[in-house]
Design a protein around this ligand. Structure first.
Ligand code: SF4
Length: 275
């Protein structure tokens, strides 16, 4: 796989737009939150968000100085499916709250216990920071449930059984080393062996083809089963296969069925059950 070419068609490209670690981290959170649907659908929205951030000195400085009037007004026309500009403003203000006086969001990720529990704590921290920030956007909310639906969709919890694909992808970007030039390896308090695979439709389908899971739903239990299968292949870095699996589907190279023109040349032709 040509990782550089595929990275250009992946939301992680927005983190690689920056050189400073603090910019990469903030860009990664925002890009991961929008990484649903077609890449061609969310890419223009992310371009507009990061153009706005760059106009204020880059994502971290933009978040640190986010103004609920002027910056929120710049974002307000944004629409992507069920997300609106106000969702981005709320996310930026939550990050501003959490990053105040801190070098990294990693300081909100508990260093002990299961990584899925730590991720749950991080997501709860973002939720709570958003509630604290809501009034500055003239939103009336005393609980996460009262925040806009689009914003709430950014923050599903592992504790509710959700596979939280976008957040495991974010953690992969942060924790896996930059070996292939895709992930960033910015966070060191956790090891790659602790990661769960981010399960989207492509990864789920290919995992079923490869016998990595028998499950059919995109749940946390499925993510655990696929990761356990991958761990048998590489216990130190089980999710190193994720980018290649996902992009076999994203690129359209795998049609999701037997194709006599495509399958014989596929690198998974041997183990794939539908070849
Ligand atoms: S062998 Fe064919 S069906 Fe199986 S993963 Fe490859 S392209 Fe997809």
């Amino acid at each position: 796989m040509d990782h550089a070419a595929r990275r250009a068609a992946d939301p992680v490209r927005f983190a690689h737009r920056y050189e400073r670690r603090e910019d990469q981290e903030v860009a990664a959170v925002i890009a991961a939150c929008f990484a649903y649907g077609r890449v061609a659908g969310f890419t223009p929205v992310l371009e507009r968000i990061f153009d706005a951030a760059d106009g204020r000195g880059g994502p971290r400085r933009w978040v640190d100085g986010f103004d609920p009037e002027t910056d929120a007004a710049t974002l307000s026309p944004l629409v992507y499916r069920w997300n609106r500009g106000v969702d981005v403003s709320l996310l930026a203000l939550a990050l501003k709250d959490l990053l105040a006086g801190r070098a990294s969001l990693e300081e909100h990720l508990p260093a002990d216990g299961e990584l899925s529990d730590a991720l749950d704590a991080l997501i709860l921290a973002v939720r709570e920071a958003a509630v604290r920030s809501a009034a500055s956007l003239d939103l009336t909310a005393t609980s996460f449930e009262q925040l806009p639906r689009g914003f709430r969709s950014f923050l599903p919890r592992p504790a509710d059984g959700s596979a939280t694909k976008r957040w495991w992808m974010f953690l992969r970007w942060m924790i896996r080393p930059a070996t292939e030039g895709v992930d960033l390896g910015l966070w060191t308090s956790r090891r790659p062996s602790e990661l769960l695979v981010p399960v989207d439709t492509h990864v789920l389908r290919l995992s079923r083809f490869l016998g990595l899971t028998t499950r059919t739903d995109g749940s946390l239990r499925t993510a655990r089963q696929i990761t356990a299968s991958l761990r048998a292949i590489d216990p130190v870095d089980p999710v190193r296969f994720d980018f290649a699996l996902a992009h076999l589907g994203i690129s359209g190279a795998c049609k999701g069925r037997r194709d006599d023109e495509v399958c014989p040349a596929c690198p998974l032709h041997g183990p794939c059950a539908v070849r």
